[in-house]
Design a protein around this ligand. Structure first.
Ligand code: NAI
Length: 333
């Protein structure tokens, strides 16, 4: 057994955290030989609820979980953490303007970025789940200049998992047979789910998915819309947003980042753009990445046709607009 590592989950009294804390604590993310000290951050009015979550974690009797620290203080929450799941954010309330929502979140991610900068380990891996996730990650990184910007990522893994499941369903194969599905861009309705580089394993051989589906209209129609609008469909049905699947995706993202991927495999993560594929630098954009030794690398030189290029540029444009709005707010602070 190794020494325990410290992991923080923000928004710890919320619904995604309710599923995520169990996945983390039972070893699904950091492995079965990695003991954990969990730091749970939420806002003062939620401390009573958080107490109940701590009771339940205790009652799960999980051998890897050595200590649980509930708090409303960012200094306590981010102290010496190796991994940060940033789930807490300001939800959009009825009648709220997009700019007001962005302003509330800029403030939250400024405070938490500064706390990461001061108190977390310098190699902390940060996953932002709270929306607008990509731009929140950019803001968080901006306020944590002593931590490499490569350590700040946002989650598009739920979108990837949704896309992978749709392809598996279409091909009538188990979901684990499908790999290398890409989500480009923003975790919003402008995201571009791209199955054109995906692979499927049939009878032990990996084959390109487009050659198996042979239906370009399906990719550009049903597939695209289903993945882009899946979040809204879940809300319409459940009257609450995706939580179990979001937690599973957050666990998948962090697990792969810590433990790496098999050669030839890639996943999608929103990371700081280095200009690959003509995407503007300095936005947090979802790219296909390989993962090795705790580091991500953007997959280069994939063939991009003009349709894909247009879709990739549209979602980049939205992220550039979000960045302008977020930095206008920061400059006024
Ligand atoms: P929720 O409302 O159930 O929980 C959010 C929690 O965050 C609440 O307990 C709230 O008190 C807390 N919180 C608010 N401000 C905070 C702060 N400054 N510090 C610490 N905690 C704070 O929401 P849920 O369903 O758990 O979703 C959380 C976020 O994840 C939302 O922004 C949602 O839009 C986003 N989301 C992102 C997905 C993605 O794929 N990137 C998928 C699904 C949800």
């Amino acid at each position: 057994m190794s020494e325990p590592i410290r992991v923080v989950v923000t928004g710890a009294a919320g619904q995604i955290a309710y599923s995520l804390l169990y996945l983390i604590s039972k070893g699904d993310v950091f492995g079965q030989n990695q003991p954990l000290i969990l730091h749970l951050l939420d806002i003062p009015p939620m401390m009573g609820v958080l107490e109940g979550v701590v009771m339940e974690l205790t009652d799960c009797a999980l051998p890897l979980l050595r200590e649980v620290i509930p708090t409303d203080n960012p200094e306590v929450a981010f102290k010496d953490v190796s991994a940060a799941f940033m789930v807490g954010s300001m939800p959009r309330k009825q009648g709220m303007e997009r700019k007001d929502l962005l302003a509330a979140n800029v403030k939250i991610f400024q405070v938490q970025g500064e706390a990461l900068d001061k108190y977390a380990r310098k190699d902390v891996k940060v996953l932002v789940v709270g929306n607008p996730a990509n731009t929140n990650a950019l803001v968080c990184s901006r306020f944590a200049p002593s931590i490499p910007k490569e350590n700040f990522t946002a989650m598009t893994r739920l979108d990837q998992n949704r896309a992978q499941a749709q392809i598996a369903n279409k091909l009538n194969v188990p979901v684990g047979a499908v790999s290398n599905v890409i989500i480009w861009g923003n975790h919003s309705s402008t995201q571009y789910p791209d199955g054109s580089h995906a692979l499927v394993k049939i009878n032990g051989t990996e084959r390109p998915v487009p050659g198996e589906i042979k239906d370009d209209a399906w990719f550009k129609g049903y597939f695209l819309e289903t993945v882009q609008k899946r979040g809204a469909s879940v809300i319409a049905a459940r009257k609450m947003s995706s939580a179990m699947s979001a937690a599973k995706a957050a666990a998948d993202h962090m697990k792969d980042w810590f433990s790496g991927l098999a050669p030839g495999k890639f996943v999608s993560m929103a990371v700081v753009s280095d200009g690959s594929y003509g995407i503007p630098e300095d936005i947090v954009y979802s790219f296909p990445v390989t993962l090795k030794d705790g580091k991500w690398s953007i997959v280069k030189n994939l063939e991009i046709d003009s349709y894909s290029k247009g879709m990739m540029e549209a979602t980049a444009k939205e992220l550039e607009e979000e960045r302008v709005d977020a930095f206008a707010i920061i400059n006024k602070l």
